[in-house]
Design a protein around this ligand. Structure first.
Ligand SMILES: Nc1ncnc2c1ncn2[C@@H]1O[C@H](COP(=O)(O)OP(=O)(O)OP(=O)(O)O)[C@@H](O)[C@H]1O
Ligand SMILES: [Mg+2]
Length: 250
């Protein structure tokens, strides 16, 4: 029984069933996903890789509620995202999801603390609350010494860590990252990858990362490969012991 308990996974936080999605541009129709099933679990970092154009970013946008599927369902934290109206979907995304992108998406005029505080204001927090959370998140990603710097004064790796702090400051249950390391050099790419895995482990978040960067593979708890809009393989690599990312982050 104890062994049985040990291998039981926590209930999935995201359940996609029979997902279909296509796009029409002029007379050209592209079917990206035809019938995709996928469950994602809390506390682990799932890496989705696959060739360019196979539908990875499209899948991420459906799982996070950014776009709606043409068919099938997405249930996230017990909510049917494909059935939610626009404003409830926006509220869901604001409250429960964090996003990290390849290009950082930072505001040039804002300092690191202000970047992280901004979305917390949309959640109705006052300045003091949002500042405390922003400071905590920036320290967590090893940027306690860069709080008042603007993007132009930060390295690529530091910018991406500000973007991660911004995504995790509100403690979202679901964290999505689309090619978060592709603009980074080897060392920073590795650091960001480790950080994403630690966010899953320490915070119990469901972390989904889309990338064709092979450097990310050793940090993934679960590795999915996509081809032509379907999941081609689904494996859990053996756990590796890597140094704690934050112990060397200052
Ligand atoms: N808004 C859109 N309108 C029309 N076609 C789209 C749209 N978004 C994606 N597509 C098409 O859907 C297919 C899958 O795109 P997607 O961005 O999901 O691929 P990807 O696997 O993320 O690729 P990459 O690794 O290059 O980022 C592509 O053929 C793309 O041209
Ligand atoms: Mg993509």
């Amino acid at each position: 029984m104890a062994d049985c308990m040990h291998i039981l996974k926590p209930a999935p936080t995201v359940i996609a069933a029979g997902l279909a999605k296509g796009f029409t541009t002029g007379a050209v129709q592209t079917r990206v996903l035809t019938h995709l099933d996928l469950n994602l679990h809390p506390g682990e970092m799932t890496l989705i890789s696959g060739p360019s154009g196979c539908g990875k970013s499209t899948l991420l946008s459906l799982l996070s509620g950014l776009q709606k599927p043409d068919g099938g369902s997405v249930t996230a934290l017990d909510e049917r995202l494909d059935r939610l109206g626009r404003s409830r979907l926006e509220a869901f995304r604001l409250q429960h999801t964090g996003f990290v992108f390849q290009g950082f998406n930072l505001f040039p005029a804002l300092t690191a603390v202000e970047q992280v505080q901004l979305p917390l204001g949309y959640l109705g927090m006052d300045r003091r609350q949002s500042e405390a959370l922003a400071l905590g998140a920036l320290k967590e990603v090893g940027l306690g010494h860069r709080l008042h710097m603007r993007p132009a004064q930060l390295s690529g790796g530091e910018k991406q860590r500000v973007a991660i702090a911004r995504a995790i400051a509100k403690s979202p249950a679901l964290l999505f990252a689309d090619e978060p390391t592709s603009a980074l050099d080897a060392e920073n790419g590795q650091r960001v990858s480790e950080m994403l895995r630690q966010i899953a482990r320490r915070r119990g978040a469901t972390v989904v990362c889309v990338s064709h960067d092979p450097r990310l593979i050793r940090f993934a708890d679960r590795l999915l490969t996509m081809e032509d809009g379907v999941i081609h393989s689904d494996v859990r690599p053996a756990p590796s012991s890597t140094p704690h990312p934050y112990s060397e982050a200052r």
